[in-house]
Design a binder for this molecule. Structure first.
Ligand code: LLP
Length: 433
């Protein structure tokens, strides 16, 4: 009935997440409110871990992509579930350090890491740095030399694969700001250069072809291209690639229209390509890494809002306004993304009203749902937008000086605040004059 498996309706006709009545959660913690189902989050981590065991005999590591949702709490859950971490900024790295995340399981990404960020990574013993370009490579080699270490690295490769997804989140093609391309020789040159350096150890390949992808085929193509490139590096440079990081990007179900392939399937197909190509090229099967973000955490999250004013503009549109919006979920205004929603206090009623749900920001594009079917909304109702676990909290802003919502994690009928709601004092805390 719902896009996420952990949602149900109780005898009060209220939406339930992880054995918690969402109407009660809204009452206790206020709205807007991010709610994360910890059990589902952990379960999703295990789906990937089990697939690594099943298809690669455990010779791999799942990295949780922190950009999807990064807090001390999410870092701790990922660490407890035996995952590694993809971090993409000093801030995400700092969070992981503070959470006590094992540093050797961290992969540091980013297309323009600063000297300070690289310094911080080397100093803290980050396992791998995914280097983006020559400028960064030179800088990192110097920093590692200064610290007297040899830093493990891999480069981000653009395999030239076109993943069919929104153009803003498509990254495998040559015209992308991320990484080095294969087809113009850039990728080969950078490995050749790194191979000669004293303080970096280029032992892996990385690619990430995009996000919210529903086909298995582009992942298989990327894996084949990278494995062949590993073969070339061995043949031409005598350089052995022992790690293959295939990025994230597995699509999820936001609305009934989405039809994701089970993640196990993706991994199965990709593993066949990896094994076949390894054999063909006479190379060892590398240690496999993957970096799912959205598919681990998006389905585990919902956002609760309180319905305010409703405007029924005859023959035009019915707007239902809520007490949040693009500040806590900027994905409609960025990508016109679609979500499913439920009136949490009428969750079992038929969704027979066509409405557009608007946020409270001073911006016409501040919508959460456009032309969606919903139960009959009235002021004071609690609206739950589903599958908001990824790229909502992490992309939230204080636009219009609206404080960010709290994050509550639920499990077995219990709820705990893992991130406090911001206050107006928080909003002005860095204003000095
Ligand atoms: N690895 C790398 C190197 C990435 O760049 C990304 C996402 C991931 C892993 C995780 O991808 P996922 O499994 O979550 O699809 N803000 C956009 C998504 C941007 C994704 C950026 N990179 C959105 O809200 O849809």
């Amino acid at each position: 009935m719902f896009v996420s498996e952990d949602l149900s309706v109780n005898s009060k006709n209220h939406l339930v997440i992880g054995e918690n009545d969402t109407v009660e959660l809204a009452k206790e913690f206020g709205t807007p409110l991010y709610v994360l189902d910890e059990d589902l989050l952990r379960k999703n981590c295990r789906v990937y871990r089990n697939a690594i065991d099943k298809y690669y005999g455990g010779n791999g590591l799942v990295l949780y992509a922190n950009k999807a949702f990064c807090t001390l709490y999410t870092c701790r859950v990922a660490a407890e579930e035996g995952l590694g971490a993809d971090v993409v900024s000093g801030g995400e790295l700092y969070t992981a350090i503070k959470a006590g995340f094992p540093m050797d399981r961290i992969y540091f990404h980013g297309n323009n890491k600063t000297a300070q960020e690289l310094e911080m990574a080397v100093e803290n013993g980050v396992g791998h740095i995914v280097v983006d370009n020559v400028y960064e490579l030179e800088m990192l080699n110097e920093i590692a030399a200064k610290h007297g270490v040899v830093q493990n690295i891999m480069f981000r490769i653009k395999p030239g694969v076109d993943a069919h997804t929104h153009s803003f989140i498509r990254t495998g093609q040559i015209d992308s700001k991320f990484g080095v391309a294969l087809e113009n020789g850039e990728a080969f040159e950078i490995y050749e250069r790194a191979h000669k350096m004293t303080n970096v150890n280029p032992d892996g390949l990385h690619c990430h072809i995009g996000s919210q992808i529903f086909d298995v085929e582009p992942f298989c193509q990327a894996a084949e291209i990278l494995m062949n490139f590993a073969g070339d590096l061995k043949d031409k440079l005598g350089l052995e690639i022992t790690k293959l990081n295939l990025g994230g990007g597995y699509g999820i179900m936001y609305t009934e229209k989405d039809d994701p392939v089970p993640y196990d399937e993706y991994i199965k197909h990709v593993s066949e390509v990896v094994k076949r190509t390894a054999e063909k090229r006479g190379i060892n099967i590398p240690f496999i890494l993957m970096e799912p973000g959205r598919s681990i955490i998006a389905p585990a999250g919902i956002t609760l809002y309180t319905v305010g004013g409703i405007k029924d503009i005859k023959n035009v549109r019915k707007y239902v306004s809520v007490d949040g919006g693009m500040g806590d979920n900027p994905r409609y205004i960025l990508y016109e993304s679609e979500y499913a929603a439920v009136i949490a206090n009428k969750a079992g009623d038929p969704a027979d009203e066509l409405v557009t749900v608007a946020g409270k920001c001073c911006e016409s594009g501040d919508l959460l749902l456009k032309d969606a079917m919903l139960q009959k909304a009235e002021a004071g109702d609690i609206l739950a937008v589903l599958a908001t676990g990824a790229y909502n909290y992490s992309m939230a802003s204080n636009y219009n000086r609206i404080p960010r919502p709290a994050v509550v994690a639920v499990s077995g009928g219990k709820a705990k605040v893992v991130v406090k709601r911001e206050t107006y004092e928080d909003i002005i805390k860095n204003d000095v004059l």
